[in-house]
Each structure stands twice: as C-alpha cells, then as structure tokens.
Design a protein around this ligand. Structure first.
Ligand code: UFG
Length: 319
C-alpha cells in the first residue's frame, strides 16, 4: 500500500514506519521535527518536513491508500499547563487531516489513541467498553479525535482503527525513545544508570496500589508496531474499530526501577516525591479484543526484556 505516516520521525512512528517498509509498503513520512529527529526516519521512506495541518491536503492529493496518524503532542504534564497547545496541535490538526482524507478519497486510517482516554478506571484490566473520563488534557484531546473519527467513518465510509496504547517501551534496533525533554519513566531511570541524572523521583508512594507507587502496563514497541500492520489489514469501510494494546500485566514504579537495576547492574538511587498532576493510580489493559479480532499476540511479555532493549538502544546512542 502507498501510506502516509505522520509523526514518522518520532519514537513510535519511526518504529512503525520501519516495520511498514520491512513489510513492503511504500511509505511517506510527514513530520515537522518539533519533537522528532530527521535521522530517525527509516531508510526507504520518503521524508516531508512540514506541519500535518498545513500540507495534508496537497500531499494526499497525490493519492494514498491509507494514513497512519502518529503526529501529536503527548506529554501529560505539559497538557495540563498549556491546554491550548494540545487542543490546537492534536484536535484541530487531526480534523484538518480527516477533511483532507475525505476530499482526496483516502480510504484507511490507523490512529494513535491512548489509555489516557479512560482516566481513572472503575475496574482493571480495562476493556474498550470502559467509560472514557480522561483525567488530563492530553487524554481529552485524543478522545475528542476518536469521536471525530467515528463521525467521519459513519458519514463518509472511512475505514478507521484507533489503537489505544498503554505504556510503550523498548526499542526496535536503531529506533528507540529519545525525547529532548524526557518525562517517561523507563528512559529517565536509564539516564540515571548512564550517569546523566543523580536519581529517580517516584511520583507518590501513597497510591491505592500494592507498594503505593503507580501501576502501568508496559508493552514492547515492536509488538505495538505489529498491531498497526494488522489494523491496516482489518480496517473496514464505514467502521471505526477501537483496540487497547497492552500486555495485560501491571508493574509498579518500584518494580520498573528494580528491573532497570537488574538489567543495568547500577544501584539507581530513588526518592519519593509528590504526586504528578493528571496521573491515574493504575492502568492495565485488556487486549482481548485485539487478540480475537486482529489476531494480535504480543511476543515480549517480560519487563526485563523490554528494559534490556531500551538499555541497548540508549547505550548505543552514547557510543
Ligand atoms: N513516573 C515517576 N517518575 C518519573 C517519571 C514517571 O514516578 O520520573 C511515574 C509516573 O507518575 C507514572 C509512571 O511512572 O505513574 C509512568 O509514567 P510515564 O510518564 O512513563 O507514562 P504515563 O503512564 O504517564 O503515560 C504514558 C504515555 C501516555 C499514555 C499512558 C497510558 O506517555 O501517552 O502512558 O498508560 F497515555
């Protein structure tokens, strides 16, 4: 297929673009490099550096079989401090993209949604039928886009799939996580092991969880990318399907730090700090629907393996 990958110079977008090229698709990466890196665009992709909202129309006029839409603002903390950046950068831009797809008859969309659309869940693991009550602006903007996509699918016959990621981690060869401003737990902990930070702050140890720290469901980025390939195949005209992607097992912040100590052999000092605004206590996925309907089966369930891949990537960037 001839595919447009927005945000393909970012962490998840670059891994997915690489898997698409490996699978024989013709890929154009569209990224403004506001958070991505030009050298993360996989070999074999055409690269266009521009804002999605500005050029989606002219690019899609060339004729495409589908769009994978990764480009987004994605920092929970920042979204609470600067909501306008998220409503414009995520929602307005995505609506422009949907309009351009409609205008130029692009039939398929795979969208990067998030577990943050659910907010604090009523029960765990979270199925796709759970109530969506986001606790932060980031999650609210992703939910708004999901709702827009449902409308476009029903009214205009778009074949759409939203994939709700839980906590993505690990690396795919030379493609991995390297944000200029790092807020994610595993890369931060690995920076301590590299000597680039003194210690890790654990945001709260008084959460209603077994050890008092927040629990998350960590999924390997290669498994996540494979779900995108399956979603492209399963997208059905006029339907908007939603799938949670996680491993179904929760690990606490303390357990993640312990896994990083084990993998790196570094003591990794950690201290308890205050809670971070917008954080839910526990987020664990039920990915039963993706397993049954997409035939998706994650191959890396072990947290240490996920951390090891991230560690190898991080060290290779230092060399
Ligand atoms: N944490 C710390 N210290 C840190 C960084 C994070 O204790 O220095 C904690 C957070 O409070 C949270 C957990 O580690 O409890 C994971 O935090 P991340 O920032 O790594 O990830 P989030 O769970 O906040 O968010 C990620 C993605 C979102 C997605 C969400 C879904 O960034 O896009 O997972 O689970 F919506």
């Amino acid at each position: 297929m001839k595919l447009l990958v927005t945000g393909g110079a970012g962490y998840i977008g670059s891994v997915c673009a690489a898997r698409l090229v490996e699978s024989g698709h013709e890929v154009t990466v569209l990224d403004d490099l506001s958070t991505g890196h030009a050298d993360a665009v996989p070999d074999g992709c055409r690269f266009v550096q521009a804002d999605v909202g500005d050029v989606a129309g002219s690019l899609l006029a060339e004729g495409f079989d589908g769009v994978l839409h990764f480009a987004a603002k994605s920092l929970v903390g920042e979204s609470m401090q600067d909501p306008s950046k998220y409503w414009h950068g995520n929602v307005i831009t995505s609506v422009r993209l949907l309009d351009a797809m409609r205008e130029h008859g692009v039939p398929r969309l795979v969208f990067s949604s998030t577990a943050a659309t659910y907010g604090e869940p009523e029960s765990s693991p979270i199925p796709e039928t759970a109530l969506t009550r986001p606790t932060n602006t980031y999650g609210a903007t992703k939910l708004a886009i999901d709702l827009a996509i449902s409308g476009y699918a029903a009214a205009h016959g778009l074949a759409a799939v939203s994939l709700r990621y839980f906590n993505v981690a690990g690396a795919h060869g030379r493609f991995g996580e390297r944000h200029t401003v790092e807020t994610h737990l595993i890369p931060i902990v690995l920076q301590v092991a590299l000597g680039r930070r003194q210690q890790v702050q654990m945001y709260g140890d008084d959460w209603p969880t077994e050890d008092g720290t927040c629990v998350r469901d960590y999924i390997h980025v290669t498994d996540l990318a494979d779900a995108h390939l399956l979603a492209l195949e399963h997208a059905t005209a006029g339907e908007h399907q939603v799938y949670n992607l996680g491993n179904g097992t929760g690990f606490s912040v303390r357990q993640v730090i312990d896994a990083c100590r084990e993998v790196t052999g570094h003591p990794i000092p950690a201290e308890v700090a205050g809670r971070r605004a917008g954080d839910p206590a526990t987020l664990v996925a039920s990915s039963e629907r993706a397993r049954v309907e997409l035939g998706w089966k994650p191959s890396t369930l072990d947290l240490a393996t996920i951390v090891r891949d991230a560690w190898e990537f991080t060290r290779s960037r230092q060399a």
